[in-house]
Design a protein around this ligand. Structure first.
Ligand SMILES: Cc1cc2nc3c(=O)[nH]c(=O)nc-3n(C[C@H](O)[C@H](O)[C@H](O)COP(=O)(O)OP(=O)(O)OC[C@H]3O[C@@H](n4cnc5c(N)ncnc54)[C@H](O)[C@@H]3O)c2cc1C
Length: 394
């Protein structure tokens, strides 16, 4: 049995490891676009930028571990096409690797800003992170474009290094998509307290500079001086290599609840690239969360080794900002009511729950682990939401 995993990062590595743990004894080939051994991404926008951790500490799989697991690594060779009829994956070097089972684990690719000036960066790979870290060491004025999780983390790292930092986003608050407006504003308050100059509700009209970036011009004509620009403007599922393969690529690889590609018995997807039928949310869901990537890998390995396992974990994402950990269990839905259960929107630590339509939807905690865990239990139980109160008092 030949099993090919395309994407040699968190979801791909965890799938290979779980398959071996569950006794899969076929051949496993792990194909990766990047030349590096698989590594972990979350520290890239946190401690790595501050020089508190190095690349060796990020390794997810050493060459020795790959050998012990009997994995064939094809690194630095992106898959370029999939021939489902012939069951072969074509690699950039021209090889066509045969498979009986294929696992797509190609993650997501950052959206790039429409400007190519030295000093303008994105942050997805270790090479990106090294470039940003080196640039930060020069003491630049930093502009972050995009107030999502990664942009917000980069802004905090820049402030921790004492650098003049501006963050620009068209949304009214930070991380609005994940937090909603009330909790996004609570996090914006933490950033202001840290000294990040927030330019919310603004877009970048132009990046200017002669030989490298010098300033951003915003849509209101104002100018942000910047020697380093980091764009955190979202990511797209990496599915270009699957074009023409007859899969549902509406938003990543469309899958059933078992993470099996719709209409393809021998193709699975895991991690950021997978969009699965969630019974919890009653439709297709795709997340870009570290925890889900590992959990999906375990579910797929179980299914492949004979125990069909639907994936439907409670979504969880964390982010380290302004000296504390932000944690979100569940999903904040548009229009959700927010009830603070610890602290308040201007306080250094807080926890809040959100809900609507009679259900608790999410718990959002900032530096409040115990509260997060307490309400996570209620979320898992499917607790009721009482308008104005949150969850019913015990
Ligand atoms: C800077 C940063 C910070 C983050 N911080 C957090 C955090 O604090 N908390 C959290 O929950 N999540 C965080 N995340 C998200 C988390 O890292 C991802 O959800 C996780 O990496 C997903 O794993 P993955 O294996 O699905 O995808 P990826 O990690 O994106 O890996 C996909 C791999 O596939 C490769 N690939 C792509 N196309 C091809 C191809 N055609 N052929 C072969 N290989 C290919 C890519 O090069 C990549 O190595 C962060 C992400 C980044 C970038």
């Amino acid at each position: 049995m030949d099993l090919v995993i395309v994407g040699a990062s968190l979801a791909g590595v965890r799938t290979a490891q779980a398959l071996r743990r569950k006794g899969f004894d076929g051949r496993i080939t792990l194909v990766g676009a990047e030349p590096h051994l698989p590594y972990d991404r979350p520290p890239l926008s946190k401690d790595f930028l501050l020089g508190k951790t190095d690349s060796a500490a990020l390794t997810l799989l050493t060459a020795e571990q790959a050998e012990d697991l009997g994995l064939e690594l094809r690194l630095g060779e992106p898959a370029t096409a999939l021939d489902r009829a012939a069951r072969r994956v074509r690699l950039s070097g021209g090889d066509a690797v045969p498979y009986d089972i294929l696992v797509a684990a190609t993650g997501s690719t950052p959206r790039t800003p429409p400007v190519e000036l030295p000093g303008v960066h994105v942050l997805r790979t270790i090479d990106d992170a090294v470039a940003v870290r080196d640039a930060l060491a020069g003491g630049p004025r930093v502009a972050v474009v995009g107030g999502g999780f990664i942009g917000a983390e980069v802004a905090c790292a820049a402030r921790a290094l004492g650098l003049e930092t501006t963050l620009v986003d068209s949304a009214p608050t930070l991380m609005t998509r994940g937090l909603g407006p009330v909790l996004g504003e609570a996090m914006a308050a933490r950033h202001r307290a840290l000294g990040v100059a927030l330019r919310m509700g603004r877009t970048v009209r132009e990046a200017r500079g002669s030989s490298r970036v010098e300033e951003l011009v915003l849509d209101d004509g104002s100018v942000v001086a910047a020697d380093l620009v980091v764009a955190g403007i979202g990511a797209e599922p990496a599915v270009g290599w699957l074009d023409g393969a007859g899969l549902d690529l509406t938003d990543g690889v469309g899958c059933d609840a078992l993470l099996r590609a719709t209409g393809a018995e021998d193709v699975y997807a895991v991690g950021d690239v997978a969009s699965w039928r969630s019974t919890r949310y009653g439709g297709p869901v795709r997340v870009e969360h570290w925890t889900a990537a590992g959990e999906q890998a375990m579910a797929v390995a179980a299914t492949i080794t004979g125990t069909p396992t639907a994936f439907d974990s409670l979504p969880y994402v964390w982010s380290d900002q302004a000296g504390a950990r932000l944690q979100i269990f569940g999903r904040v839905m548009p229009g959700d009511e927010v009830v603070f259960v610890l602290g308040g929107p201007e306080e250094e630590r807080f926890a809040a729950i959100t809900g609507g339509a009679g259900r608790l939807h999410a718990v959002v905690a900032f530096g409040a682990l115990a509260e997060a865990m307490r309400y996570r239990t209620l979320l898992l139980r499917g607790a009721e939401w009482v308008p104005g109160l949150g969850v019913p008092r015990a």
